[in-house]
Design a protein around this ligand. Sequence first.
Ligand code: PEP
Length: 252
Amino acid sequence: MPERTRYLAANWKMHKTTEEAERFLAEFLPQIPDSAEPEIVVCPPFTSLKTVIELCFQSPVRVAAQNMHEADQGAYTGEISAPMLVDLGVHGVILGHSERRQHFAESDAALALKVPAALGAGLEPILCVGENEGQRDADETEDVLTRQIQADLAEVPDARLSEVVIAYEPIWAIGTGRTATPEQAQEAIALIRELIESRSREGAEAIRILYGGSVKPDNAPELISQEGVDGALVGGASLDPADFASMVNAAV
Ligand code: PEP
């Protein structure tokens, strides 16, 4: 079985000006190990991507965007394409975050185009999936995850599945302070891995599947040490350099 490198990603959402991003990195970079594991990815808003890329040059930190359009170019006012992100030196892109699904009507049909477009341009997609509270209470978690994974990855060739990073993010745990139990995270992630396995055994062994939802320095070590959980996508707690550094160091 291939070793999967652990992965810690910081989703800054709509936070931090360029000056605040600079201050974050001035504190954060000296606190992290200069090692290949875990992979560390910071996802700032579009406006500070370039600054963060320049300041992380010669550090182990990679930079990802939080969204992109599926077309390379065109009459899509306000949108940004994958080739534009690659041109800036961006490494990856979060796709299908629940906040985009909820507030901006991001659909599985759009994601079925965005994920292969990201891969085609050379970006690492970080695909977010997860159920809401009502769906969990109605015992629909498995159905929701199955539908999202099947639809969003439908156009990704089996041989490239391992290049996608998946974040299991139960919506009821995002920004709420409620965290999935390690067992709930592990169970959902195992289901996602089985869905990938139904298309490619090698893909399922190599793909990184993260947990996201109110991960903080005090619960990160237990969550990311669960069998099959390859790291975390951290929102609120990644805005503080000491907190995010402590989670990175817990994953070393
Ligand atoms: C997220 O934004 O992906 C997230 C998991 O947020 P939080 O850690 O704040 O719940």
